[in-house]
Design a protein around this ligand. Structure first.
Ligand SMILES: Cc1ncc(COP(=O)(O)O)c(C=O)c1O
Length: 372
């Protein structure tokens, strides 16, 4: 008997997960997509207090009012987005925000533009919705930044939405302000929805982050707590959009998860309203690690661009499969760039969400491989 539903049969599981499974428990894992830092203590305290106070019941489907108010203020202050708490949905990570948005707004047969190289989930979630994922190729000459030209080159008659991710996983590229504005204008002219995944917003080095929703009503802002506050296991994120979109997205959210767990929502409120020093400190450490990795790889002759955001370096390699297998033998786990799309062919993604010491050790091991 064939158990899988037709639309699910050709959905792929993540290759990144497969890499973990091959690695020994003592390996230096540079395949990870999560900060190695502990969740800041004040967030943990808020979570514990919430449990002790018996805050273990359902919240409103859209999320706790206090948290949504804090998100509205954050969006105003950081992103120049004017919204209200009715137009926010608190979700089970950015992942659920993405899933609910696509399933609520996209029809089977629609085309959805996704970044190439880009985060693995985009293609599969679009497929689950019965829609077609159309790659927007981005180029190394341009630091893999998405430009208006790249988007225009991929547009089809049936394009219903464009997913944009800046700072980008896997390349660390940060989109330029003029492209954010131009793509927003294009979305308005052609009635296309921009789904803007801003999960790495805070992990950005000498650049400024710009949000599409500041320029167009045709944009959904997706963000979360996993990366900025090292809260990956607490599973919380959010989305912001105009009421016409929120009304539809809420239907998928409500019948899928009802709401996010209440203690986590209380902890996330603390994350937003208390001091942001923990974020500043984490980003400063990421910057040191990025500089170490980029310098070491370039000295080895493994060409890479210095990324402006996220915690990944995307480096060029003549034979990624062979290199990755050799690295595994040296107890270093990496991911083939082609897992992120055709434009990732000939590249390897390295995550520097590992301690500085471990990164130094890993660089010595990679150097050995190159020298041999
Ligand atoms: C680009 C991107 N979007 C979304 C997510 C999912 O984030 P969350 O943990 O909030 O579901 C990730 C996680 O790796 C990611 O890299």
């Amino acid at each position: 008997m064939q158990y899988g539903a037709k639309r699910v049969l050709d959905i792929n599981l993540s290759q990144v997960r497969k890499m973990f499974e091959q690695a020994s428990p003592t390996a230096i894992n540079l395949a990870l997509g999560e900060p190695d830092f502990d969740t800041p203590p004040h967030i943990i305290e808020a979570l514990k207090d919430a449990l002790t106070m018996g805050e273990t019941h359902y919240s409103q489907n859209k999320g706790l009012p206090e948290l949504r108010k804090a998100i509205v203020q954050k969006l105003k202050k950081d992103n120049n987005i004017n919204t209200t708490m009715d137009d926010i949905i608190v979700t089970v990570g950015a992942s659920e925000a993405l899933y609910s948005s696509i399933n609520a707004l996209i029809n089977p047969g629609d085309d959805v533009l996704i970044p190439d190289p880009g985060f693995l989930s985009y293609q599969e979630v679009v497929k689950i919705a019965g829609a077609n994922a159309i790659p927007v190729k981005t180029y190394p000459e341009n630091g893999f930044k998405t430009t208006i030209k790249d988007v225009e080159n991929s547009l089809t008659e049936n394009t219903k939405a464009i997913i944009i991710n800046s700072p980008c996983n896997p390349t660390g590229a940060v989109i330029e302000k003029e492209d954010v504005k131009a793509i927003s204008d294009l979305a308005d002219d052609k009635d296309i929805i921009i789904i803007s995944d801003e999960i790495y917003e805070k992990i950005i080095y000498d650049k400024k982050h710009y949000s599409f929703q500041a320029y167009t009503d045709n944009a959904i802002t997706i963000n979360g707590f996993s990366k900025s506050y090292a809260m990956t296991g607490l599973r919380i994120g959010y989305l912001s959009a105009i009421p016409e979109m929120i009304d539809e997205i809420l239907k998928i959210h409500q019948y899928n998860v009802a709401c996010v767990d209440t203690p986590t929502q209380i902890a996330a409120t603390d994350a937003l309203v208390k001091s942001q020093q923990c974020v500043t400190d984490m980003v400063a450490e990421f910057r040191k690690r990025r500089d170490l990795v980029v310098k070491s790889l370039n000295e080895m002759g493994l060409e890479c661009i210095r990324p402006d955001g996220a915690f990944y370096v995307f480096f060029k390699c003549d034979n990624p499969d062979e290199f990755i297998q050799k690295a595994l033998k040296e107890d270093v786990v990496l991911v083939n760039g082609n897992a992120f799309g055709d434009m990732g062919e000939g590249y390897i993604r390295l995550s520097y969400a590992q301690s500085y010491d471990n990164l130094e050790r890993a660089m010595r091991r990679l150097k050995k491989i190159v020298e041999n």
